[in-house]
Design a protein around this ligand. Structure first.
Ligand code: G3D
Ligand code: MG
Length: 222
């Protein structure tokens, strides 16, 4: 009887927890986004927006009030080239991926303008690097079927490329290209991790998609 009541109690008081993986090139704004999320959902905290390049990982758990009533555990695992090998180990246990793009550092964001020779020999441009890294994520078997939110970050800056160009010129072409991997839930949204604009919308999309996909990737209960 005790065990029955205990499990009923735990069931009534526990919430679903979903893991979200923040990926993207270094300097895209992942750590700033993590700090902004932490502050948005714990109003007593002031965001620490003075980020330093991430070595290792940062993690934050945010609690969403009703109607969502769930936890998001957000992993920022660093985007420098040397750290990207670590991403693989997070794929199998994540429920959604956020791919952060620096909208001021992708040229004209049109991968059709890249020559096929680009990236071989000479150092890769940032647009080429962004495409290659996004393709790697999409092609990884452990990340198959995981919803992906692409954030066109730094939209507060005057020199940013607008979201529609990033969506049409880069993201759609990668998703529909031969290295686009399997069909999956995805969305491209504009945001500014620094000012917080668009962050709430990003969280709403993530909550709805991880719930939608919960049979394929069940949450932890805590
Ligand atoms: P990363 O974790 O992806 O490597 P960071 O990126 O979060 O460390 O951010 C890299 C730089 O971009 C930081 O500037 C940060 O303030 C800036 N940044 C991040 N998001 C935004 C944004 O939405 N708008 C603007 N204008 N800047 C942003 P510094 O100068 O500290 O290197
Ligand atoms: Mg960082």
């Amino acid at each position: 009887m005790y065990h029955l009541f205990k499990s009923l109690y735990l069931h009534a008081t526990s919430k679903e927890e979903y893991s979200i993986l923040l990926l993207g090139l270094d300097n895209a704004g992942k750590t700033t986004l993590l700090e902004q999320l932490r502050a948005l959902f714990s109003p007593s905290l002031h965001p620490n927006l003075n980020t330093v390049p991430t070595v290792g990982q940062n993690v934050a758990t945010i609690e969403l009030p009703p109607p969502q009533s769930l936890y998001l555990k957000i992993w920022d695992v660093g985007g420098q080239h040397s750290l990207r090998g670590l991403w693989q180990s997070y794929y199998a246990s994540c429920h959604a991926i956020v791919f952060v793009i620096d909208s001021t550092d992708v040229g004209d964001a049109d991968i059709a303008t890249l020559s096929t020779e680009a990236g071989r020999g000479e150092e890769m441009g940032r647009l080429e690097e962004c495409r290659a890294v996004l393709e790697d994520v999409l092609q990884n078997e452990d990340a198959a079927g995981v919803p992906i939110l692409v954030l066109a970050n730094k939209q507060d800056r005057e020199d940013c490329v607008e979201v529609v160009r990033i969506k049409e010129g880069l993201v759609r072409r990668v998703f529909e290209g031969e290295k686009g991997g399997s069909v999956r839930d995805s969305r491209v949204l504009p945001c500014s991790a620094l000012t917080g604009t668009g962050v709430q919308e990003a969280v709403e999309w993530l909550c709805s998609r991880v719930k939608w996909n919960k049979e394929a990737r069940p949450p932890l209960m805590r």
